[in-house]
Ligand binder design. Structure first.
Ligand code: SF4
Ligand code: SF4
Length: 235
C-alpha cells in the first residue's frame, strides 16, 4: 500500500512527542480509517516530524498530522469509486486536472488574506516539505515523471497520496461531479461539499479540511462500498 510504504520508510528521529500526539489525535473521529491505521500514522509522522523539525510547535505538528489523517480518509473515499470514473473517461486528456502545478498548499489569495493565521502559514511550509519527501519516495518506486504538466505528475498519476494540497484533494471537475450525481443522486451533497472546499480561502488550520465533505461521504458509505482502511504490515 503506497501510503504505508512511505510512512514506514520515514526516518524515525525522535519519539518524544508520540504519546502526546496519540493522546491529542488518536481519539478523534476518523470513520474511514481503522483505529490501528490512524494510530500508526500518528506515531510515524510524530516520530519523524518531532525529530526532523525539532523546533516545530506542537500545534503545527499536530495540525499537520490531523491534516494527513483527513486526506487519508478522503483518499479512501475517492479510491472507492470516484477515481475509477476518471480513468478512461477524463474529458481533459492527457493530464486531466493536473496540467499545471496545483500542489502548493496555499495560493496567492490565501497568502494575501487579512485573517491568515501564523499556524496556517507554518502548516503550509511543513506540508510542502512532506510533499517533497513523499513524491521523491514514490518516484523511487520505478515511477517516472510526465514532463510538461504539473511537476509532481508521473506517467501513472500523481506522486502524492497523503500530502496533496487541499485544492488537489478536493477537486472534482464538473464532468466528474455530474457523473457521480447521475449514478447516485445522493452524491449531490458530497459533490457540493467538495466544490465548496476547493474554493474555500485558507486562512486558518480548520480551512485545510472540510467536515462537510466527510459527513457527506459518510452518507455514501454503503453506496461507494467504502471500508475503513486497515494499515499494511509495518515491514
Ligand atoms: S477530475 Fe475530471 S479532469 Fe480530473 S482526472 Fe478526473 S475526469 Fe479528468
Ligand atoms: S500535485 Fe498531483 S493532483 Fe495536484 S496537480 Fe500535481 S499531479 Fe495533479
Amino acid at each position: 500500500m503506497p501510503i504505508d510504504n512511505w510512512l514506514c520508510a520515514l526516518p524515525q528521529l525522535d519519539h518524544a512527542h508520540v504519546d502526546a500526539d496519540l493522546l491529542a489525535l488518536g481519539d478523534a473521529a476518523h470513520p474511514f480509517l481503522s483505529d490501528q491505521c490512524a494510530c500508526l500514522q500518528i506515531e510515524l509522522l510524530s516520530g519523524h516530524l518531532g525529530g526532523r523539525l525539532g523546533k516545530l510547535k506542537r500545534d503545527v505538528r499536530q495540525q499537520v498530522i490531523a491534516y494527513s489523517l483527513y486526506i487519508r480518509q478522503l483518499d479512501v473515499v475517492l479510491e472507492s469509486g470516484p477515481r475509477a470514473l476518471c480513468a478512461g473517461n477524463c474529458p481533459h486528456p492527457p493530464a486531466g486536472c493536473c496540467a499545471a502545478n496545483q500542489f502548493e498548499p496555499l495560493i496567492f489569495s490565501d497568502l494575501m488574506g487579512a485573517q491568515r493565521s501564523p499556524t496556517a502559514l507554518h502548516m503550509a511550509h511543513v506540508i510542502g516539505l512532506m510533499q517533497k519527501l513523499e513524491s521523491r519516495h514514490n518516484l523511487g518506486q520505478d515511477r517516472q515523471l510526465k514532463p510538461g504538466y504539473c511537476e509532481l505528475l508521473a506517467l501513472d498519476g500523481c506522486t502524492l497520496r497523503l500530502f496533496k494540497s487541499p485544492r488537489c484533494a478536493h477537486y472534482l471537475c464538473a464532468e466528474l461531479g455530474r457523473t457521480l450525481v447521475a449514478r447516485n443522486a445522493e452524491a449531490k451533497d458530497f459533490v457540493e461539499a467538495m466544490n465548496q472546499a476547493t474554493q474555500c480561502a485558507i486562512c486558518a488550520p480548520q480551512d485545510y479540511t472540510s467536515a462537510a465533505v466527510l459527513a457527506a461521504a459518510a452518507s455514501l458509505f454503503s453506496a461507494f462500498q467504502v471500508q475503513p482502511q486497515a494499515p499494511a504490515a509495518k515491514n
